[in-house]
Ligand binder design. Structure first.
Ligand SMILES: C[S@@+](CC[C@H](N)C(=O)[O-])C[C@H]1O[C@@H](n2cnc3c(N)ncnc32)[C@H](O)[C@@H]1O
Length: 264
């Protein structure tokens, strides 16, 4: 049986969390040996909890992901070959939230992204944007910080998506480069994990979005202090949980939530 926490216990945990975060802001992504937690290349469990998905790891850090679906005008199954490499940082591996968001995009059907500008923030390997780029007539920009750009370029090329998936540097909190158009859809997976970046991410969302922009935001809860992010977010956005995803009960168990954000 789970014991209820008193408010003072919760506050004490929050304070301790923050003290540890000051010493190591990325500790929630690390395991006890200092490696990345949930690193999917070496762990089969992280990539297989969703049905209709399979993966295999090939030599040289290549991951092959296969998404089965019933769409007639999208390759069946939809396959992505992903170069993964933890050396440029946590974005260099494929996180479960990204796979959940990618799977949801496919479920939305082949008309969902038609003729839409789609911008992915904190794309890492680019998995979500690469899947978006295989849906008919989507125009996709996958964005991240400088160190991730080579692996994103590599993944776009490997998957023959150079004509409709573009790679761009986009640091949260700095003005969005003019080469990135105003998107109709913004995608973000597992981008809440580093407290100093919380206001920067909200600033970039605010700059990119207007009242008609659809924002799909897949969030993995790692610590109590994450609520600070939502405290900042709520000044500019409201949100609701995506309820029509049949995989929701599975990933909710992993403390992952898929949300739609709307600009106030
Ligand atoms: C946990 S990874 C998730 C990667 C990918 N979305 C996925 O689901 O596999 C978080 C990503 O956010 C990016 N990121 C962190 N801070 C950023 C910032 N200030 N500006 C742009 N991207 C940032 C990281 O480089 C990394 O790729």
């Amino acid at each position: 049986m789970q014991l209820e926490q008193t408010p003072s216990e919760t506050m004490a945990e929050l304070i301790l969390d923050e003290e540890l975060d000051k010493q190591d802001p990325l500790r929630h992504l690390m395991d006890l040996d200092g490696g990345l937690v949930e690193a999917p290349v070496s762990s089969t469990q992280a990539l297989t909890f969703l049905p209709k998905q399979s993966h295999s790891v090939e030599d040289g850090g290549m991951l092959r992901l296969s998404f089965s679906h019933d769409l007639i005008d999208v390759p069946r199954p939809l396959e992505i070959t992903l170069a993964v490499d933890a050396s440029p940082g946590c974005g260099g591996i494929a996180w479960p939230a990204g796979q959940i968001l990618a799977t949801y995009l496919i479920q939305q059907g082949s008309g969902y992204l038609k003729n839409k500008n789609v911008v992915e923030l904190g794309a890492g390997t680019g998995l979500v944007g690469l899947v978006a780029g295989q849906l008919p007539d989507a125009k996709v920009w996958i964005t991240d910080q400088e160190p991730l750009l080579p692996i994103m370029h590599k993944n776009v090329t490997i998957n023959n998506l150079t004509s409709n998936v573009l790679v761009a540097k986009l640091d949260w909190g700095v003005p969005v480069p003019s080469t990135i158009p105003k998107p109709e859809i913004i995608l973000a997976a597992d981008c809440v994990y580093f407290e100093p970046a919380f206001p920067l991410l909200v600033q970039t969302l605010d700059e990119l979005a207007d009242k008609d922009t659809e924002i799909l935001f897949c969030y993995k809860k790692r610590r109590k202090a994450d609520k600070r992010f939502f405290g900042i977010l709520k000044k500019k956005f409201r949100w609701e949980e995506v309820m029509d995803d049949p995989n929701r009960p599975i990933y909710n168990k992993e403390a992952i939530t898929l949300m739609r954000l709307f600009k106030r």
